[in-house]
Design a protein around this ligand. Sequence first.
Ligand code: NDP
Ligand code: GDP
Length: 339
Amino acid sequence: MTKSAFITGITGQDGAYLAKLLLQKGYRVHGGVRRISHPETTRLAALGIADQVTLHSFDLNEINNIVRVIRDTPVDEFYNLAAQSFVGASWEQPIYTGDANGMGVVRILDCLRTYHPNTRFYQASTSEMFGLVQEVPQRETTPFYPRSPYGVAKAYGHYITMNYRESFGMHASSGVLFNHESPLRGKEFVTRKITLGLAKIARGSNEVLKLGNLDVQRDWGYAGDYVRGMWLMLQQDQPDDYVLATGVTTPIREFVRYAAEALDMELEFMGRGLNEMAVERKTGRRILEVDPDFFRPAEVDLLIGDASKAKSSLGWHAKMPVKTLAAMMAQADFDALRA
Ligand code: NDP
Ligand code: GDP
């Protein structure tokens, strides 16, 4: 029998890749789209699937809307990928972020419990919950210490998913996913900001790439690999929580170097702190500088995940190394600028 799935946040990076994967597996795919003045389905279009999914008006912050959509759209699997997903914005909109990323999860879970208790549920949890890390590398049992309103709200979403599993026997799982990127990543996230900025410079722009704290390290993987992990979690007999990560952490400077190399630019970093910059070796031209506007009130300095549970239980591992990822993103931005 044809399986069906509902994806909240289907217009986002992960939503688009997951929709594509599920369509390839023969699922009927429904997606939640919030009402905005100009619906943004460019990612679905980029993957060639915009006309293969059924879209529903859906907002995490609106209980009556969630009740109607969930009641009237029975599915086998429900993936909650929608969120205010940008950590930086969560200090500007902490209450909205808490409502969407925290309360939004329990709104969905409670509707599923009421109308379709046998639907399998996936919650998009995050390595940001580890924040000020209590253990290196981080795994499922590492205590949380979130450092942003985003991380705090996601921790609520994580625990309420676990609680509905334990209270009501629901098949509810959380994926604690480390940063994952792609050419479809939002432009405000650091990887995409870097690849797009460098691609513009390689195309002749005089802009200087302005970044915040260059001292952080992240465990960056490819979104296409990670959505496969989400799907695998819902195919298990028992629900559970899993870390998905590459196990490799990379400083921002290194990611910049990888992207620049892919565009035939060799960079040299010089200076310290707010005076740090990068220049192109060949021309001496300043390519990158530090801008205090992009620093955060509290920082997550180092993330590196241990995905051995996902490997042994799901047979999942991250396939794409970060250097390939940076090159792929830089090349995609460079090619798109030709148009
Ligand atoms: P994106 O920002 O690309 O997508 C977020 C999606 O959520 C968009 O479709 C957006 O809609 C939708 N959305 C935002 N607010 C609401 C709302 N109030 N009601 C309904 N929909 C809403 O994020 P990603 O695809 O990168 O991430 C997917 C999920 O995984 C998120 O929950 C994120 O927090 C989490 N996550 C992501 C990681 C990553 O590295 N990418 C790491 C760990 C967790 P619109 O298109 O209208 O903006
Ligand atoms: P996050 O890990 O979900 O917060 O993903 P981001 O890509 O937004 O940020 C990753 C890290 O890059 C954070 O520690 C940021 O402080 C750091 N960073 C440094 N400069 C920038 C910048 O200009 N933009 C963003 N988004 N992050 C930056």
